[in-house]
Design a protein around this ligand. Structure first.
Ligand SMILES: NC(=O)c1ccc[n+]([C@@H]2O[C@H](COP(=O)([O-])OP(=O)(O)OC[C@H]3O[C@@H](n4cnc5c(N)ncnc54)[C@H](O)[C@@H]3O)[C@@H](O)[C@H]2O)c1
Length: 254
């Protein structure tokens, strides 16, 4: 297959682990030049080691100042960013919504909802200068249907799906496409953390079995399978696709 992103500049937040890392590596393998952003310096360095020429910025995706620093670094060291993947996200506390502390609400929505909004605000001006661009946000199956285990997380990811659709309407005429993926349960640290919230190892295994039983494909997904969907949505092949929330979930929401 011909590389789809040769010399195109992409920014990925949450690039230090899991799905952001798999997306960054996939983009690098197809020729993109990358700005990688994460609060975890070590994780970022591990990803960068697989993405030749990548520029790293350590910071908080919920901080406008940190995101502005990433934007300025990208402009200075790489050029104009055409592709954006705001993947940074947190699970938040596994408590019923009525039990969340105010700071827990604030942090969850600051990272999961304000974060992609800040990233889009920082990089859409680059896309306007180029004359086109594409963003792929990270919602979740929990953003399209309710989650009994993670009600506030589910609400934050529902917000991402509608941020995606609304922003797609804002920017379609500027040739800036905005879509999101809605991963189901994907093997990696975040899913492990969500199972662990169930309690001891027996409860954790039971939670994992419950989650697996809901997936028609009979298995959890792999980060590379989500990255493949993200790369499609960013690619020219998806040139008439905007405002879409694409489940990547082994049929869970079918
Ligand atoms: N893994 C899944 O099963 C799954 C399912 C649905 C949706 N998602 C979503 O996919 C995205 C990626 O998840 P993942 O599985 O790769 O998780 P992960 O925990 O493996 O990686 C998340 C990365 O984001 C970084 N991060 C978190 N908060 C940050 C902040 N405030 N500033 C900067 N960096 C920050 C972390 O350091 C980490 O490197 C998230 O938005 C998540 O909600 C994941």
């Amino acid at each position: 297959m011909n590389p789809r992103f040769t010399n195109r500049i992409a920014a990925v937040t949450g690039a230090g682990s899991g799905l952001g890392r798999a997306t960054a590596i996939g983009l690098a393998q197809e020729g993109a030049r990358l700005l990688l952003f994460d609060r975890d310096e070590k994780g970022l360095a591990a990803t960068a080691s697989e993405c030749p020429g990548a520029v790293c910025v350590v910071g908080d995706a919920a901080s406008a100042a940190d995101v502005a620093r990433a934007e300025a670094t990208a402009r200075r060291e790489l050029g104009l960013v055409e592709l954006l993947v705001p993947a940074a996200g947190i699970l938040g506390p596994a408590k019923p919504a009525i039990e969340l502390e105010e700071e827990e609400w604030d942090r969850l929505f600051a990272v999961n909802v304000k974060g992609p909004g800040l990233a889009a605000r920082a990089f859409i001006p680059h896309m306007r200068e180029i004359g086109h661009g594409a963003i792929c946000m990270f919602s979740s199956t929990a953003g399209l249907s309710g989650s009994p285990f993670l009600s506030a997380y589910s609400a934050s990811k529902g917000a991402v799906a509608l941020l995606t659709r609304s922003m797609a309407l804002n920017h379609a005429a500027e040739r800036i496409r905005i879509n999101c993926v809605c991963p189901g349960t994907i093997n990696g640290p975040m899913s492990e953390a969500s199972f662990a919230l169930a309690g001891d190892s027996e409860a954790r295994d039971a939670r994992a079995a419950t989650m697996r039983a809901r997936i028609p494909a009979g298995r959890f997904g792999e980060p590379e399978e989500v990255a493949a969907a993200v790369l499609y949505l960013l690619s020219d092949a998806a040139g008439f696709t905007t405002g879409v929330a694409l489940p990547v979930d082994g049929g869970r929401l079918a």
